[in-house]
Design a protein around this ligand. Sequence first.
Ligand code: MOS
Length: 745
Amino acid sequence: MKTPEKQIGARMNRVDGRQKVTGAATYSAEYQLPGITYAVLVGSTITKGRITSIDTKAAERAPGVLAVITHFNSPKVPGFDTAGKDPSQPATVGGPIKVFKDDKIRFNDQPIAIVVADSLERARFAAGLVKGQYAQEKHQTSLEAAKSQAFLPTSAKKNPKHPMNDYQRGQVDAYKTGAIKLESEYVVPTEVHQPMELQAITAHWEAPDRLTIYDKTQGTMATRRDFAREWGLPEENVKVIATYVGGAFGNALHSWQHESAAIIAARVVNRPVKLMLTREQMFTMVGYRPYTWQKLGMSATPDGKITAITHEAIGQTSTFEEFTESTLAQTRMMYESPNLTTRYRIASLDVNSPIWMRGPGEATGAFALESAMDEMAHLLNIDPLEFRLRNYTEQDPEKNRPWSSKFLKECYQLGAERVGWNKRQLKPGSLRDGDWLIGYGMGVGTFGAHRGSSKANIRLLPNGTVLLQSAVTDIGPGTATAMTQIAADTLGLAPEKIKFELGNSNFAQAPTQGGSAIVNTVGPAVQEACLALKEKLRTLAASSNAAFASAKKEDVVFAEGYLTLNGNPAARVPFADLLQQVDGGFVTVESKPQGNASKNYSMYSFSVHFAEVRVHALTGEVRVSKLVSCADAGTIVNEKTAGNQMKGGAVGGIGMALMEHAIIDDRFGRYITKDFADYHVPVHADSPDVQVAFVNKPDPYVNALGTKGIGEIAIIGVAPAIANAIFNATGKRIRELPITPDKLL
Ligand code: MOS
């Protein structure tokens, strides 16, 4: 009998690719519910102060307007009074949002009113008629100005083992007395996720105590929890649908004020309300990568051994939430330095809260660390790849325990060959092609291989196909495709016979899609659910064929209308017989990390990015002519979708290095970058055909699949690779992103 082809590792096309490119996929703003209404938000024109009055009369009289809601007339939201344990402390991220709760303005363009009308045009027109009056207070939106008031996050103060606490091994700030040393400051400015799909929600109260929202979110269950809490409802009364998500990069990891506002509006007009932010509101009403200042000191011996590193960072947060990220995590474990100090602080500004943006923290920290590695290699006159090899860690120097797996050296080798690293000259400015200066640079990335617990629902349908369901979302990596491949291999069934449904909080419990953890977490649940189904079928088959009674569930195979056993051609039970006996219901399986592996091993994915740049000697224009990304991410479930993720992250890294810069005019506290004309992101013409290589060796400890995660390491280390290549081309070291032509002239 023919053994089914192995699907894990295959370059399978996306199961939902056709729906996405033909427009058949339904996104959150595309649900046409009966009686649908349209909402538009009005934002504050000041940055800090109080609302003294809001003139809503003209808007209320405008044609088609159903409601104008402000803090003067907003209904009572029960969770706004009960949530937030300690009102004197700012909430950590995900805390209560409380739109239209009081007259206080905490950031520019904070929603002060929502206008609901029978068409989008009428809602937009009426929103323009709403006028707020304010008592303005002095604001601070500049991190550079607020740096001296930076503080340790409250969560770290309360818990001495908190990862945001100061970290120390060896002597404090030992680099200062080192033989060869450097000390540099770096800035990563505010960057904004700006996915293709705008943030949108369609809110529908199906009954006074039953809410359904079609929402752009990365986590249907987290969003359900947030809004159930906000309305004092049992979680099962709230349903969150996010079947398709048009990119997110982290900005839908948090529930925002616009979501609360749409739900309030739907309550008031007692009809479904659709709200989609404008591109400009995507700069102001949802999060962003926080402006972060860093200082890195490093010392080394003349033969290239790092003796000490001190890495400090100050990131920005809002006045009402303490946002933190792992900016310094990579520095603590990447290189073998006996003395190492990290200090992380945040400063409150009169801005909206930041939120994790792809490779959060680590991407920012890696810009400083990997630039400094290049600076030190240059000081020592050692090749930067050789310098990294001399400080390579064979075990985790932070936690003093082995890696679960680490094939970063293999990545170095793959990438160096592909980019043509042997052409790189030690002396900057050595390579030239006419007016173009050519240089090569590298940057390393890492991110924890996280695995949580998750469930999966599985059901055998009467037509012999298998249906799997999970509450997980897919913000782009191709989750349903990877899960289909995992299920196909586990069941021994062709992928066409499997359907994986996601994006519904009523499906089996799954975590928010983020932190590169979904294949690690949901993959094993799917695998175990498939094994549970096979066990169920094996038991049924045993009644008509004795061979099944003693068989292992792993050996059960679905093939061509029969249930069979690996290596036993006599064991064949027609599927049709079994289908009549199956109860037709779902089997739910829960999968959790087992044993002490995560205590005994340090689990990380690793990446390295190699860039070749051409810098125009007269204009300062930078072209990234080659970009090679190599990853050790454990087992690669789908080379094609995994490769797509790596390419997308690399392009994001080009944006970070050369273009992305959200700018606030601090006099007014308002963003002056408010569309794609002002806020540049790379397009096809800005990026080479990114080359991707995977080591593709299974990790023995993270899960049974051997996966480690890809999403974050795709971008972490790309920006410094490009900055280092620019230095190699020009001799100019730019430590403040983005590296625009003016900085190179
Ligand atoms: Mo990501 S920043 O975990 O969406």
